[in-house]
Design a protein around this ligand. Structure first.
Ligand SMILES: Cc1cc2nc3c(=O)[nH]c(=O)nc-3n(C[C@H](O)[C@H](O)[C@H](O)COP(=O)(O)O)c2cc1C
Length: 179
C-alpha cells in the first residue's frame, strides 16, 4: 500500500503515522522508540513527569532509536514551561501540545527551530495555530481518548479544517474542491 508522505518541519517519517501521546506511563521511551524504529513518529508523553524523568525518557528513547521522537505535553500541567524547555535542550525532534493553548510555545519553537504541532478540535483553533506558526495540527474529535475539547465528530471537524486551510492557501480557487 502506498501512503501519502507526511512532512513536519524537515522530517519525513517512512510511514505517515504519529503515535498518540498517552500519559500515565503508556507513551514512554520504549513505546516511542518502537514506533520510531518501525518508521513512524514516536511520541513520549511528558504530562505527569518531572523534568528529570522526561530528560531520562528522551535520552533512553534516543539510545533505542535513530528515528523521529517527539514529546506530547498538555498545556494545563503546572510544569509546562520547564518540561518544554527541557525537551528543547534535549533537542527533541518535535513537540505536540494540547489541552489548552500556549502562545509562548510557538516563540520557543521559533527560537530553537523545533516544530510545534497543536492538537485542535475546531477549524478556528487550527487557523489560530497556523497563524501562530504551528508546523502541523493534529485534529481530534469526540471519538478520541483523553481530554477532549469538543463533542463533535472528527468526520465533521476534519473537512472544515482541511477546507479552511485550502482556502487560506489558494484564495478564490482550490484544486481539492473545498469552497
Ligand atoms: C491512557 C491515555 C492517556 C492519554 N494521555 C494523553 C496525553 O497525555 N496527551 C494527549 O494529547 N492525549 C492523550 N491521550 C489521547 C491519545 O493520545 C490519542 O490522541 C487519542 O486517544 C486519539 O487517538 P485515537 O483516535 O487513535 O484513539 C491519552 C489517551 C489515553 C487512552
Amino acid at each position: 500500500m502506498k501512503f501519502p508522505s507526511l512532512k513536519i518541519g524537515d522530517m519525513v517519517p517512512r510511514y505517515p503515522i504519529v503515535q498518540g501521546g498517552m500519559a500515565l506511563g503508556v507513551s514512554t521511551a520504549s513505546l516511542a522508540s518502537a514506533v520510531a524504529n518501525a518508521g513512524g513518529i514516536g511520541v513520549i508523553a511528558a504530562t505527569g513527569l518531572t523534568v528529570e524523568q522526561l530528560v531520562k525518557e528522551i535520552r533512553d528513547a534516543r539510545s533505542f532509536t535513530k528515528g523521529i521522537i517527539g514529546i506530547n505535553i498538555m498545556f494545563a500541567v503546572r510544569q509546562f514551561a520547564s518540561l518544554v524547555q527541557a525537551a528543547i535542550e534535549e533537542k527533541i525532534d518535535m513537540i505536540f501540545t494540547g489541552a489548552g493553548f500556549s502562545r509562548d510555545i510557538f516563540k520557543w519553537g521559533r527560537q530553537s527551530g523545533i516544530p510545534i504541532i497543536s492538537i485542535v478540535s475546531s477549524s478556528k483553533l487550527a487557523g489560530i495555530a497556523e497563524k501562530q506558526g504551528a508546523a502541523a495540527v493534529v485534529a481530534e474529535g469526540c471519538e478520541a481518548g483523553g481530554h477532549l475539547g469538543t463533542n463533535r465528530s472528527i468526520e465533521e471537524i476534519l473537512p472544515e479544517i482541511v477546507g479552511n486551510r485550502c482556502r487560506s492557501q489558494n484564495p478564490g480557487y482550490c484544486r481539492r474542491g473545498h469552497r
